[in-house]
Design a protein around this ligand. Structure first.
Ligand code: BGC
Length: 409
């Protein structure tokens, strides 16, 4: 039932996006009048075929005999719950059975969860790694058993067992955060100097460096010229990383920074956080321990429910939204092609007819054994000003009567 509702919502959203004449994920239905987004899907037959549940890829032969193993890092960080349920829903709607596991952010548990999935003879593994460096041995077992592996969202390193990577353009996520800060402070024209502190992600996650570098590459020239200053002096990835992307770790570190470098009244202009779980901790630290009364610009990524509430309340300034529902659709179509014995390439994107932007990339992601062909979706900036058109109108979230957002699915 829930599947049908989601499909209808997303289908309607895609109808709105088509009516607006733009791609779904990258350019949310900004021009789609609200009324149109409510139009029954029946009035937009062209869009109907693009609903995720009716993915354009031909079904895998004998899908019903096949089980897809889906391994997500943890259910303690909001987004992986959504990924897990979208992936399960996609593969089941195409006729497959699924086994979905969450590994509590513990590397050993993920290894043993994967061992169990391999022992259960799954036909395909979709894996978001906890530690990208720790799965070589277990994935060799998958390879030996002839089980193809899709590296999902996070690149798995040092193994030739994975054949494809599906993610968002991770460097662009950081770049969008850096550009947002540059534009919000008008760094090219304003006199400054402005004070900024960085909070990055888990060093075990290959994505974390991409996010950080994307942001720093935009902001470094202003740091070099003195227009942006980092009072803590913590500018390297290692110094600003957050183990396990954990909210409490980010909070603790930021309280220390505020206590050590800002208690004398030094003004903090920007807290650049790589994602929402870290932004949540940093925002709490600022609320409890920052002496200044200016509004600190706080960035994030994911559109977690609590962070969107903070955006509505003016506590967090922006988030980079990644439509994981679409990431699941891309993974299904790729998985079906692999199971059908094909060797997917850029042609999959055209063949699938996705109504969201996706690039086929064969240069950015080297996992130590060579380049891993990647399907990269496009992230979107959300702020208080575009929450409705970027997230509600396309059907990803609902908005309650107080203006707060709640994820669908
Ligand atoms: C994902 C982000 C997420 C982070 C923490 C990263 O690998 O790409 O979307 O915020 O993990 O869960």
């Amino acid at each position: 039932m829930r599947k049908r509702i989601l499909s209808a919502i997303v289908s309607t959203a895609m109808a709105a996006s088509l009516l607006a004449g733009c791609g779904g994920a990258a350019a949310p239905a900004a021009e789609a009048p609200a009324a149109e987004s409510k139009a029954p899907a029946a009035e937009a037959p062209a869009a109907e075929s693009k609903a995720p549940a009716e993915s354009a890829a031909p079904a895998a032969a004998d899908a019903g005999d096949k089980t897809i193993g889906i391994a997500m890092p943890t259910n303690s960080l909001e987004r992986w719950n959504r990924d897990g349920s979208f992936l399960k829903e996609q593969f089941e709607s195409a006729g497959f059975k699924t086994e979905l596991v969450f590994s509590n952010n513990e590397i050993d548990q993920q290894v043993s969860d994967l061992e169990n999935l391999i022992a259960d003879n799954v036909s395909l593994l979709v894996v978001a790694a906890i530690d990208g460096e720790s799965l070589s041995t277990v994935l060799k077992d998958a390879k030996d058993a002839g089980i193809p592996v899709i590296s999902y969202d996070r690149l798995i390193m040092n193994t030739d067992a994975i054949s494809y990577y599906v993610s968002f353009d991770n460097y662009t996520v950081g770049k969008l955060q850096g550009e947002f800060v540059r534009d919000a402070l008008d760094l090219d024209n304003a006199e400054g100097p402005f004070n900024i502190e960085f909070t990055a992600g888990d060093p075990a996650d290959n994505n974390a460096g991409f996010f950080f570098n994307g942001a720093v590459d935009v902001l470094q020239p202003y740091i070099d010229s003195g227009k942006l200053v980092v009072p803590s002096g913590q500018t390297s990835f290692e110094q600003v990383a957050t183990q396990q992307w954990d909210t409490q770790n980010a909070l603790d570190r930021f309280q220390n920074i505020l206590g050590s470098y800002y208690s004398d009244g030094t003004k903090l202009d920007v807290a650049l956080c790589s994602n929402d779980s870290t932004a949540l901790g940093v925002a709490q630290a600022i609320q409890s321990d920052y002496a200044g009364d200016n509004k600190v610009i706080i960035t994030g990524q994911d559109g977690d429910e609590a962070n969107l509430a903070n955006i509505v309340d003016g506590i967090q300034t922006m988030s980079v939204y990644k439509a994981v529902a679409n990431e699941a659709v891309a993974t299904l179509d790729l998985g079906v092609a692999i199971l059908n014995g094909e060797t997917p390439d850029a042609g999959l994107i055209d063949a699938a007819g996705w109504d969201f932007e996706c690039a086929y990339d064969t240069s950015s992601y080297d996992n130590g054994t060579g380049i891993i062909p990647s399907y990269l979706l496009v992230p979107t900036v959300v702020t208080k000003d575009n929450l409705k058109e970027a997230l509600v109108d396309p059907g990803y979230y609902t908005m309650d009567d107080k203006g707060y957002l709640h994820p669908v699915g």
